[in-house]
Design a protein around this ligand. Structure first.
Ligand SMILES: Nc1ncnc2c1ncn2[C@@H]1O[C@H](COP(=O)(O)OP(=O)(O)OP(=O)(O)O)[C@@H](O)[C@H]1O
Length: 302
């Protein structure tokens, strides 16, 4: 269905992409606003014919909702309901504090004497390139200066992201993906768990390991109710192969599931699976890519 059909998967995808592009440009929104329709709105009720209920008139409900949505957007954008740019006289800016906090402590708090506007003037005084920036665009410019140690945005290091491997040098001739996989810390404790595998885990372990050893290229489906030790088995397999200097790629369908596997990644990230699976969708990596090299070199993919 074409993207001009409102509500179709392509329309929704286009809206999602637009929203993400806006977030990239302007940063995360402060307010997330949703609007729902009340079928008992007077504007709907008064237009119903005798004996009709709102459920009988989706055409009417949709029109009233659309009109109200347009009105809401109009008020938000034209009447500055969500506030204007904050301007203030010297030392007359707003400071947020909790009602139980002592005023003196609030006033003496580091940074309490500054606001975005004072930072804007200071940046204009100190940096020539800041003089061409509008106040409206200032937060973005200021965040970009974080490398100089002054950021109004958060430091990327405060997010629990996997460490960036700085030691990688593409001159070594190995793709970054392979290098990163080879750099996963060896979980020696996991390899020892092999002796504690139960009978069924051991049977699966032996079959999988023998297929790896003989390079048979087999496909296994490990199934079992929750908590029966599938992840336990994967940890032993990953540790054993990695200890042997082999590449074992660990993937899962969700980020949380991936995070409990040592060196785990989501399947979408590892195999570059597109977010929307249309007819003919393919993973987005080429034969020469690092991802392809990693998959060729791997002994086991979970
Ligand atoms: N052979 C074993 N010896 C000792 N403990 C085990 C063994 N197998 C699994 N466990 C323990 O049982 C618990 C559940 O195991 P695990 O997380 O591997 O299950 P799972 O099948 O992956 O669960 P889910 O499907 O919910 O992800 C874990 O605490 C794990 O350490």
């Amino acid at each position: 269905m074409s993207p001009s059909f409102i509500g179709s998967p392509r329309d929704m995808r286009r809206r999602y992409m637009d929203a993400m592009a806006l977030v990239r440009k302007f940063g995360k929104p402060d307010i997330f606003l949703t609007m729902t329709c009340n079928p008992n709105w007077d504007e709907i009720r008064t237009e119903l014919l005798p004996g009709q209920t709102p459920q009988d008139r989706p055409d009417l409900v949709v029109r009233v909702f659309h009109a109200k949505l347009q009105e809401l957007k109009h008020r938000l954008t034209k009447y500055d309901i969500l506030g204007k740019l904050q301007l203030h006289l010297l030392n007359m800016h707003m400071v947020a504090f909790h009602e139980r906090q002592m005023v003196e402590r609030v006033v003496n708090r580091p940074g309490a004497d500054r606001s975005m506007l004072t930072a804007y003037f200071e940046a204009n005084r100190l940096h020539e390139e800041a003089r061409g920036i509008l106040y409206r665009d200032f937060p973005e410019w200021y965040t970009c200066q974080s490398g100089k140690g002054k950021s109004m945005g958060k430091d990327i290091k405060t997010f629990p992201l996997p460490p960036i491997i700085d030691t990688y040098d593409d001159a070594i001739g190995t793709a970054r993906e392979v290098y990163e996989e080879e750099s996963i810390e060896l979980a020696l404790a996991d390899a020892v768990l092999k002796d504690s595998l139960n009978e069924e885990q051991m049977a699966a372990y032996d079959k999988i390991m023998s297929a790896v050893k003989t390079d048979q290229g087999r496909l296994f489906f490990v199934d079992g109710p929750g908590g029966t030790g599938k992840t336990y088995l994967y940890r032993v397999l990953l540790a054993t192969l990695r200890n042997q200097g082999k590449i074992a790629v660990a993937t899962a369908t969700s980020g949380i599931a991936a995070s409990i596997l040592p060196g785990g990644r989501t399947a979408h990230s590892r195999f570059k699976i597109p977010l929307t699976i249309d007819d003919g969708a393919v993973c987005c990596f080429t034969e020469q890519s690092g991802t392809a090299e990693l998959l060729r070199k791997s002994s086991l993919i979970i």
